[in-house]
Design a protein around this ligand. Structure first.
Ligand code: CP3
Length: 352
């Protein structure tokens, strides 16, 4: 278990330690843009079968690393496995995204929600983490993850993905104490889940707050950031003698970076709506930054990919504390050859 890492650039950059070059990984790096992913998925049956079969989750986790010299693997799973384990009944309607059979809309339903035991109801995730670590054999670090309590709550209350979050906002504004009860419970479940991933072998963890940007500044602090802060404070930040860095990512949260930088995480994920240099100036030396190429750049030519990737790299004017990534997940229609060009460009880059 204690094989030293051959490539620890990601962990070093997240902790703002010196690196020989900027590390890169890609949100949703295992996914439908890869033909080998589509093949494994059709063999498995459904996306959820893929998540719930550790051997297959391990296989698709490793697929992008066989193609590209990425500096990290990310566990193949989904943020919605936690509410599924809380009994909501996750399923994916083809072409419609995720749905829950039993959404949670009342204080009584919230109070009935169990906190899942990660080594029982979510054992398939922990088994996948252990298997991936074994297969990686110390080549690159493995990133674990969870959704933020707020983002998970939007799916749990709506019962599906949403653009306007009508039921969630009704609960938040109408019965704020019920919303807090839900977020408390989910935060406890997430803390337990992430600590179990760390024990199983995750070497960095990321919290995805995909829908934090739908809140007002005041409500973001009270209903999203406060719970992420609590989770970060309760994580086991060291394993096998090495610090386990934590990354917070609020999509659409660029206006609130100073608050995020004070939440106790090691790094912040950025979407593409803010310049890296401006973000760095605002957070100072409190955190490292991860991001933030517009994923849609990958629809353009190799030449544009190179130019735009260098523009992102040029924007970060410090020697360490940057992990290159997209500002959100890679789109399913992207040609893998553009990704090869992107990884090559980031690795070849030297700040002048
Ligand atoms: O980054 C990675 O490679 C790790 C795997 C990963 C997935 N989902 C796989 C996935 C991660 C980190 C997630 C997180 C996730 N899941 C988030 C937060 C990050 C983000 O993208 O904002 C959210 C909001 C979800 C919920 C979810 N899962 C949605 C809305 C969907 C449908 C979207 C779509 O593209 O169809 C999923 C399904 C999902 N999760 C897929 C993958 C590869 C597509 C499944 C498939 O059809 O094969």
């Amino acid at each position: 278990m204690t094989t030293p890492l051959a490539n620890d650039r990601l962990l070093r950059a997240l902790l703002r330690e010196p690196v020989d070059r900027t590390p890169i990984w890609i949100m949703r790096q295992a996914g439908r843009y890869l033909p080998e992913y589509r093949a494994t998925r059709s063999k498995a049956g459904s996306f959820l079968d893929l998540c719930k079969t550790p051997e297959l989750a391990c296989e698709v986790t490793l697929q992008p690393l066989r193609r590209f010299p990425l500096d990290a693997a990310i566990l193949f799973s989904d943020i919605l496995t936690v509410p599924d384990a809380m009994g909501l009944g996750l399923y994916f309607e083809s072409g419609e995204g995720p749905c829950f059979r039993d959404p949670v809309r009342s204080l009584a339903a919230i109070e009935r929600l169990p906190i899942p035991d990660p080594e029982q109801e979510l054992r398939y995730v922990m088994d996948a983490v252990r298997l991936i670590r074994r297969e990686l054999d110390g080549s690159v670090p493995l990133i674990g993850f969870s959704g933020s309590p707020w983002t998970l709550a939007t799916y749990m209350v709506e019962g599906a993905g949403s653009r306007d979050f009508p039921e969630t906002k009704r609960l938040l504004y109408g019965e704020p104490q019920a919303m807090h009860a839900l977020l408390q419970k989910v935060a406890t479940a997430v803390t337990t889940y992430l600590n179990a991933q760390i024990r199983a072998g995750a070497q960095a963890v990321m919290i995805f707050d995909t829908w934090g940007g739908s809140l007002t500044p005041r409500l973001y602090r009270e209903f999203s950031l406060a719970y992420m802060q609590r989770i970060v404070a309760e994580l086991d930040r060291e394993h096998d003698g090495r610090r386990v860095p934590v990354v917070l990512f609020t999509k659409g949260g660029g206006a609130w970076l100073e608050w995020q930088a004070d939440a106790g995480a090691d790094a912040l994920g950025l979407d593409w709506t803010i310049e890296l240099g401006e973000a760095a100036a605002r957070v100072g030396d409190r955190v490292a930054l991860q991001g933030n190429l517009d994923p849609a750049v990958l629809y353009a030519s190799d030449e544009v990919v190179r130019t735009e990737a260098r523009r992102v790299l040029d924007g970060f004017d410090r020697s360490t504390g940057h992990v290159f990534n997209l500002g959100h997940g890679i789109h399913p229609g992207i040609d893998p050859d553009r990704v090869a060009t992107l990884v090559e460009t980031v690795h070849a880059y030297r700040a002048t």
